[in-house]
Design a protein around this ligand. Structure first.
Ligand SMILES: C[S@@+](CC[C@H](N)C(=O)[O-])C[C@H]1O[C@@H](n2cnc3c(N)ncnc32)[C@H](O)[C@@H]1O
Length: 250
């Protein structure tokens, strides 16, 4: 039987998420997997931005890998690549082990808490790329996220890249409200009930008035933090309202 809890660790405390709970993670993975086909477009863009050929022997770190969808997407396209899936949640990593069992030595797991200064695996000394999807906003601490960017930068090989698909705040409260309206209109077209759409608009509007947004930073702040960490050729490669794929090269 594997250990399932590290009581009180940062990796367990994520506002609405309980990554240490077997049942919560089970349900979350089931829901998320139903969106993997839609996410494939972003995963493909991540692959297309990797600065090496498809047959390169490379090692890639998947930061906050969860059940391993990004690692799986990469390993299916880069036949000589190895992915190391870093995450703090044992239930999540158990799903990853099951999903990725057939990849043998090409898929490895590294369990660590991103608030721990030694969160990176000791080996290898450097990585050809690091990727992350829907993870870092969970830390809710932009100072720590900015430090992590520096830690990532220090362990990338020259010519390597860091690509981060994550949630960002709208640049202004007004745009935040506008984005809530767009999201509600989309949900309506998908068949959500008028009551739930109205509630979504109300919630979005009041959240926008109270705060600059629920996530740690805007896209501009994220890009500035990457530049400050020493990345070059920093850009946002894709964006839809509060979801973005951004990163930089070394
Ligand atoms: C929303 S899931 C994303 C999983 C996967 N990358 C994906 O795109 O489906 C966020 C992941 O970040 C991990 N995580 C959150 N905070 C963490 C922390 N402080 N240390 C390590 N992992 C953390 C969670 O355990 C979870 O697996």
């Amino acid at each position: 039987m594997e250990t399932t809890r590290r009581s009180g660790s940062h990796a367990e405390r994520h506002g609405p998420h309980d990554w240490a709970s077997e049942t919560y993670v089970e349900e979350w993975v089931r829901r998320q997997q139903s969106e993997d086909a839609e996410r494939a477009e972003r995963f493909q863009l991540m692959c297309d931005l990797l600065p090496f050929p498809r047959d390169a022997t490379v090692t890639i770190l998947d930061v906050g890998a969860g059940y391993g969808p990004v690692s799986k997407f990469i390993l299916d396209r880069y036949s000589h690549a190895t992915c190391i899936a870093q995450d703090g949640s044992e239930p999540m990593l158990r799903h990853a082990r099951a999903l990725m069992a057939s990849y043998g030595e090409r898929f490895k797991i590294h369990r660590s808490d991103l608030f721990d200064k030694n969160w990176l695996p000791g080996e290898p000394g450097s990585f050809d790329a690091m990727v992350s999807s829907s993870c870092l906003h969970n830390l809710r601490d932009f100072t720590r996220i900015s430090e992590i960017y520096r830690e990532i930068r220090a362990r990338l090989t020259p010519g390597g890249v860091f690509l981060n698909a994550d949630l960002v705040n709208a640049p202004t409260a007004e745009l935040d409200g506008r984005y809530a309206d767009v999201t509600a209109a989309r949900r309506q077209r998908e068949g959500a009930s008028p009551q739930s759409v109205e509630a979504m608009v109300r919630e979005g509007r009041s959240a926008a008035v109270k705060t600059p947004g629920p996530f740690p930073a805007t896209l501009d702040e994220q890009l500035a933090a990457l530049r400050a960490a020493g990345f070059r050729e920093v850009d946002c490669f894709w964006k839809d309202l509060r979801r973005a794929l951004f990163g930089g090269y070394v």
